[in-house]
Each structure stands twice: as C-alpha cells, then as structure tokens.
Design a protein around this ligand. Structure first.
Ligand SMILES: [Mg+2]
Length: 279
C-alpha cells in the first residue's frame, strides 16, 4: 500500500538526473510517472533547460518510454516569457535556443538581432565606434545558448548598460551532459553580470516566475510534490513555494551534500524505484 506518494494531487518531475541522464532513461522513470497518474495526480515535467521547445521535450520523453504531452512540459523559457509579458517588454534581445526564442516570440514581443560589433583587437579596432543600433532592446533574455559568442555576449552586456532589463532563464552554472559538465545558462549570465555590474532577474527554479507558471498551469491544485536531484533548484523551489520535496540521488547530489542545504527535502531516496517503494 503506497500512502506517501499517493497523497499528492500534483507531481512536478525534474528531468535531468531524475527521469533521464544524458540520453538514457533512468530506472523507474516510466513506472513512477504512471503510478502518480494512476493515483489521480496531475503530472508536469519542469525543467530549467530552456533550449528545446516544450513539444520537443515531450517527444524526447516519449522516446524514453515516458508518455508526456507538450502542455505537461514547463521550461524556464516560459518563466522568462511570463516576465516579458508582465513587464510589457516590446523589443527583446534573446540569446538562447529555439525553445527560448519561440517562447519569447509567442508573447508578441519583437526579437532584435545583436548589434554588429567590430573585433576589439587587430585591424578592426581602428574602426570608428559603431552607431547605437536603431532597434535598442528593452530587455535581454539570456538562456542556454551553445552558439553564444564574445560578440553576442558583448551585445547583451551593452544593451544592459544602456538600460535594458536583464532576464536570465535559470541560474544553473553547469550543464551536466554525457561528456561531463558544460557551462550552463548561469555561467553565460555571470559573464554579462560581471561586465555590467547588473544582476539578472532569474526566472527558472527556484524563483517566483517559474512558480507562477506552475500555479497557472495547475490551476493552483495541490498538495504539490517536487521530485528533483538538485538542492539549490528543485528542493529550494519546493521549499520556497510551500510544496513537498523528494530528493533523488540519481543526479548531481550526494547524501553528503545534504547538511547545510537551505531547504531540506521531505524524503531522500536513491532513485525512482526507491520513491515508488515508499510505504
Ligand atoms: Mg536535474
């Protein structure tokens, strides 16, 4: 008889380190999602990774054997887009993948191109300063952007220095991949923050913008459980917004990391099969 897990009406699953690692499903992924649904819970997949559109994330989950609909996927791109709407931003410089660009475009805001910049050193350095571009962005939205360059980050920083609002999809400084750690959106944001002295408004887990997107999507239903592998994003997300949290140790967190965490999870389990086995 499973009592603890079955009490929740909404279950928010993190993806990387919880349902899959790299390109492979983790044990118990499909079974745990199915068990939550069978118990009557609404299931959502909530990720700080803004790169892929929600529909593409759903397809990826389906390929791993986890039935998922596009409207059950919530990414930090939607959290950033909700802020673009709230601030009535008209022109946005987006550094990010197709998921972020699509989400910002869907708000009705205009996406502006980074201003063209001459190389700072070498022959181009003698060129006269570039004129201020006609389409000055009201906001910079920065996400995971594998095609970011010195120049795109420079354009983002220059827009922030001219007064553009600085929104960051998520603060994760690393991106765990099959080839080890790569820089996350937070690392790119840190470069712009260092250049400008301006701290970004972070939109993804554990921040308020993401929680507002979740509440809108779930119509405020509860009780809510967050299942995640990161203390600073998933477990803090639950702690800050009054939700229960289950930490799985199948991702980036080890049991030794628990002391000193700002928010303690309600349960700590090795993996999803252990969560499913809780009485
Ligand atoms: Mg994770």
């Amino acid at each position: 008889m499973r009592v603890w897990l079955d009490q929740f009406r909404v279950v928010l699953f993190d993806l990387d380190g919880v349902l899959y690692v790299g390109g492979a499903a983790l044990p118990g992924a499909a079974e745990t999602v199915a068990a939550c649904r069978a118990a009557g819970a609404a299931v959502f997949f909530v990720t700080n990774n803004s790169y892929l559109p929600a529909a593409a994330v759903a397809v990826r989950l389906q390929a791993l054997g986890v039935p998922a609909a596009a409207d059950e996927v919530i990414t930090s791109a939607e959290a950033a887009a909700s802020r673009v709407v709230a601030y009535r931003v008209r022109r946005v410089l987006v550094l990010g993948g197709p998921g972020l660009k699509g989400a910002i475009e869907a708000t009705g805001a205009q996406l502006v191109a980074p201003e063209p910049l001459a190389p700072p050193l070498g022959p181009g350095s003698a060129a006269p300063p570039a004129p201020v571009p006609r389409s000055v962005p009201d906001a910079v939205v920065l996400g995971l952007d594998p095609s970011a360059t010195y120049y795109s980050l420079a354009a983002a920083g220059r827009a922030v220095l001219r007064g553009a609002r600085f929104l960051l999809t998520n603060g994760d400084v690393t991106l765990p991949t099959g080839q080890g750690l790569l820089p996350g959106a937070g690392a790119l944001g840190a470069a712009v923050a260092a250049m400008t002295g301006v701290s970004p408004e972070v939109c993804g887990k554990p921040e308020a913008a993401m929680a507002e997107v979740v509440r809108a999507r779930t119509k405020g239903a509860g009780p809510v459980l967050v299942v995640g592998d990161r203390l600073d994003t998933d477990i803090a997300f639950a702690g800050r917004h009054g939700w229960a949290a289950a930490l799985v140790l199948s991702g980036v967190t080890a049991a030794a990391d628990l002391p000193g965490a700002p928010y303690a999870p309600h349960v700590v389990v090795a993996d999803l099969p252990a969560l499913l086995a809780l009485p």
